[in-house]
Write a protein of this length. Structure first.
Length: 229
């Protein structure tokens, strides 16, 4: 009703950040997923709240939903139709604000050969979340001043549960999210959007690259009186 810009909930800082980075790689290389076991150990207030089964259920849902959205098992049932996904969160007070996200990932490659990936992300919860807060304050202020109202899907880059239009599925692939973020900012600046095709710097007739422009030195700044002293 107020026309305020909104964007999502639950920052993507630790284990889900890893999942939304690795899962697009599996899909791009058509590596099959057999199972993904995730456990989290944290000792701050977030961990204490998630020790409650009801609170954990909400977190579990957001953590687990990202894989199906990225991998699209309905399109690739042989690769992603039957993987086992397990998520655990354990409250361990001595750990404090330090958070550990441990993942065991079972994948299959060519000739159905089984392989494994282990990830042990030792991080600081607040240190990862604070820059996101600052970015969102600046970007939401920019959206408001630019006249953008309601859901800002281009800010999905920061969230486990990004908001989108009701008839669309939320995007969780971090690389697509980042491209949306950059392109929206370029549009607001009046710049061309990026497609990363590479065709813009190739000579189509010869198939060769055009020479890059000669770099120009940065203009010298005027020296202030107090800097000379």
């Amino acid at each position: 009703m107020t026309g305020s810009p909104i964007c999502g909930k639950d920052f993507k800082t630790g284990q889900t950040l890893m999942k939304t980075t690795l899962a697009p790689m599996f899909k791009a290389r058509m590596l099959a997923l057999t199972g993904w076991y995730s456990t989290n150990i944290l000792g701050n207030r977030d961990g204490e709240v998630l020790d409650d089964p009801g609170s954990f259920k909400t977190k579990e849902k957001s953590k687990m939903s990202v894989l199906d959205t990225i991998l699209e098992p309905e399109l690739y049932p042989d690769l992603y139709g039957k993987y086992h996904h397990k998520v655990r969160i354990d409250y361990y007070p001595p750990r404090g604000d330090a958070k550990e996200g441990w993942d065991n990932i079972d994948i299959r490659g060519w000739l159905d050969m089984p392989m494994q990936i282990k990830v042990n992300f030792l991080c600081r919860d607040s240190i990862l979340a604070a820059p996101i807060c600052l970015d969102l304050v600046l970007f939401l202020d920019l959206a408001k001043r630019a006249g953008l109202k309601g859901i800002q899907e281009w800010l999905s880059f920061y969230f486990k549960s990004p908001q989108c239009r009701e008839d669309l599925k939320p995007e969780h692939d971090i690389f697509i999210q980042h491209l949306k973020l950059k392109n929206t900012l370029r549009i607001l600046m009046g710049e061309e959007v990026l497609d990363h095709s590479g065709l813009d710097y190739y000579d189509q007739a010869k198939g060769a690259t055009n020479p890059a422009p000669v770099p120009k030195p940065a203009p010298k700044k005027a020296t202030l009186a107090h800097e000379r002293l």
